[in-house]
Design a protein around this ligand. Structure first.
Ligand code: SF4
Length: 175
């Protein structure tokens, strides 16, 4: 979705957003329950118990799947990173476009809740997006992506995260 500003090859080489330190676990992509059930039937993650791939969580508007990564760390080092269960370190993401979480399709954009509004914000740690002019990102959100993200969030409330300070806001929606 962000191919106008991020080259596929740049993301494929980087994979920054596909590995997680403990403090970044809140950023792991979330999956609709029907996709969780579908992925549990496939052979991902070296034959790991498929029920172990996800935990099902609930918010006030329904259930969703979160990858179970918190038990994968091998050290106490806060900088240790654990790769997403669907990351092939050589080939990149193993998921089809259909199964890939919306969170990943729009990263480094985020939809977040702040002061009873939804905002579309930019993840400031993405190494590539920092090279793109903020006005270009605002225009992309205004003209194309904002409405797509807002509409998806309306039907999949779980992707709306609590706002974090330091994430530049590109667009605001009154609720
Ligand atoms: S699902 Fe794919 S794109 Fe998303 S974090 Fe995992 S490997 Fe990366």
């Amino acid at each position: 979705m962000l191919s106008k500003v991020l080259k596929k090859e740049t993301c494929a080489d980087c994979k920054f957003c596909c590995s997680f330190r403990r403090q970044s676990l809140w950023e792991t992509p979330l999956f609709p329950v029907d996709i969780v059930e579908k992925l549990r039937k496939k052979d991902y993650n070296g034959g790991k118990d498929k029920n172990e791939l996800f935990v099902i969580e609930k918010d006030k508007k329904g259930s969703y799947g979160r990858m179970k990564l918190d038990n994968q760390y091998k050290t106490n080092n806060p900088d240790e990173e654990v790769p997403c269960s669907f990351l092939d370190l050589k080939k990149g993401c193993m998921l089809s476009d259909e199964d890939k979480p919306f969170d990943c399709k729009i990263w480094p954009l985020r939809i977040m809740e702040k002061d009873n509004q939804w905002v579309i914000a930019l993840t400031p740690t993405c190494p590539a997006i920092n090279k793109v002019d903020i006005e270009t990102m605002k225009a992309l959100v205004d003209n194309e992506l904002g409405q797509i993200i807002y509409d998806y969030a309306k039907n999949n409330h779980f992707i709306v995260k609590k706002y974090k300070e330091g994430f530049p806001i590109l667009k605001t929606y009154d609720l």
